[in-house]
Design a protein around this ligand. Sequence first.
Ligand code: PEP
Ligand code: MN
Length: 353
Amino acid sequence: MLVVMREDVSEDQVAAVVARLERDQLSVHRSDGGARVVLGVNGTREIDPRTIEMLEGVHEVLQVREPYRLASRSFRAADTVITLASGPAEGLRLGGDEVVVVAGPCSAESRDQVARTAAACHRGGAKLYRGGAFKPRSSPYSFQGLGEEGLAMLRDAAREEGMALVTEVMDAAQIELIERYADILQVGARNMQNFTLLKELGRTRTPVLLKRGISATIEEWLLSAEYILAGGNEQVILCERGIRTFESATRNTLDISAIPVVKQMSHLPVFVDPSHGTGRRDKVAAMARAAVAAGADGLLIEVHHDPDHALSDGPQSLHPAQFEQLMAELRIIAPAIGRSICVETERRSGWGR
Ligand code: PEP
Ligand code: MN
């Protein structure tokens, strides 16, 4: 249920409506995005909408068709823009006019590898560095990541280049540890429906990059985002990373049409990962260009200073020169659809030391 307040509503009237709803054990999420204050109401208890319609300051009560209420455009008409509140990329806006590029290796492997790759990503114009320390691998015999040692390496390399860090959290028990190192927490495709993890992420106030599950419908994906939003964490970024289809020429089928579809259904920023989406270095640039042209708010691209010797996802990781070339192309495409890709690549060496 959505409670739309009158344009001239007072704070006291809003507070009275919230208190009335909470009296019935309903949870209330407030949106101030548009011209009117909107209250998103969730809970298992039934309440007669007329009871609320009668209250002072209420314009109308709407029943939301979408099961993902807080993630829906009905709840918040304007695009959500997530502004990083701290760290080296403090003030960076995700979901605004600028298309933000996140780049880095699939996994942290050594101090030398993360440092060299971070320098290459920053040179190309990436604002955020991304690498994994806890890796969800299909086989238990594949490289599983360096754990906390990898987190420290990634954080140091990102800080050295003045970039914020995105890294994956695989389990609710890891959140506290990873938050000490990262600025954005990634939920991988395989964990998109790890509801315990999603609920715990709802309690943090760190932005979450939520990848689409390997076989998830868009509605299921938005419902997973809803778990995080319902917990009170409003900073969710969706990331399309390809889905499993009958096609085997690429590792996954990157669903480019999901970008305009999701942007109509939801106010949340949509990023695209063409690296996992294709699984092939030679196809990454084409799909990255297509994603920006289709309206993606950001990209997540795997880059490695020496991909032929990478411990994970080498075949889909770009060489530094390929990444720089791609960024140059994206800077031409973005303005054609009214977006920009910031060209600032100044080295803010040694941030936070
Ligand atoms: C990754 O980002 O390296 C990764 C494992 O991605 P996904 O969860 O999309 O497979
Ligand atoms: Mn990977």
